[in-house]
Design a protein around this ligand. Sequence first.
Ligand SMILES: NC(=O)c1ccc[n+]([C@@H]2O[C@H](COP(=O)([O-])OP(=O)(O)OC[C@H]3O[C@@H](n4cnc5c(N)ncnc54)[C@H](OP(=O)(O)O)[C@@H]3O)[C@@H](O)[C@H]2O)c1
Length: 278
Amino acid sequence: MAEAQVAGVELSSGQVLPPVTYGTWKLDDAAAEVAVREAIDEGYRAVDTGQRYHNEAGVGAGVRAASVPRDRVLVTTKLRGGDQEREQSKRSFKASLRNLGLDYVDLYLIHWPLPRLDKYVECWQSMRELRDEGLIRTLGVSNFTAEYIDRLVAETGEAPAVNQVELHVGFQQAELRRQMAERGVVVQSWGSIGRGKGLLEDHRLQQISAAHGVTPAQVALRWIWEQGVPCIAKSGNPRRRHENLSIHDFHLTEEDLALIASFEQERVGKDPEVAEEF
Ligand SMILES: NC(=O)c1ccc[n+]([C@@H]2O[C@H](COP(=O)([O-])OP(=O)(O)OC[C@H]3O[C@@H](n4cnc5c(N)ncnc54)[C@H](OP(=O)(O)O)[C@@H]3O)[C@@H](O)[C@H]2O)c1
């Protein structure tokens, strides 16, 4: 079944996040332009970048060159940590918009909370004003704990529509998912296939994938989707990119879910409470 035909998850803004967003971290501008155009043409309907990825220009060019109308592709980018000051965050957003060559961004995220810097509330205010100007459709955050989200709500009255976090079979985030559901915040996963750090070689994923005649990556992504979580997956390889989109022709069994529940839980990325990324 083509990705474009499978309904995604509706956000509080009314926009819909499809089951699989195409991730672009580590693609340079030239590679991103080709990969994003091809990804959209073959069925992806959402693309994820960030100012820190240094590829917004390539991503935007790919979106503009694709055969699908701009308004049917959800484009996410992110505010870098060093730009969280109130006025600087507005300048930074406008630089992202220029890089992308687009009139608006669908989903704009605070990339990391950087609690030591203590500026995530002031940039959230700026982002709300940019949204009111029609430059952003949906506001979100990334790598936020429930505590940081509660502070945004207490000080501005508005919760993010999305919290994009590390989440995969090896770091299932059950507690965070529960907390976000309580707050009406949609969780989106990054690192969904373990970031090339050995998760896919796990014998349990291999066993489940062999039983279904699919790949370990497809099992990993299918599990996320069956939790009701839309994911991001990145591949610079066209065959794997297509594979990551094709997760709707099988269902995990009770036995599969029990095996996946037995995974040791460990981050492969940074801890948001201490991560410093500017
Ligand atoms: N908000 C944040 O702080 C944050 C942090 C990290 C990532 N992200 C976003 O999330 C996206 C995904 O995260 P990620 O790129 O770190 O990790 P990922 O999607 O879990 O894994 C990507 C790695 O897996 C490989 N891979 C992809 N598909 C595969 C398949 N079907 N079979 C085997 N290997 C496969 C890729 O290699 P090939 O390219 O060679 O296929 C790459 O090495 C990023 O691109 C970015 O857009 C956000």
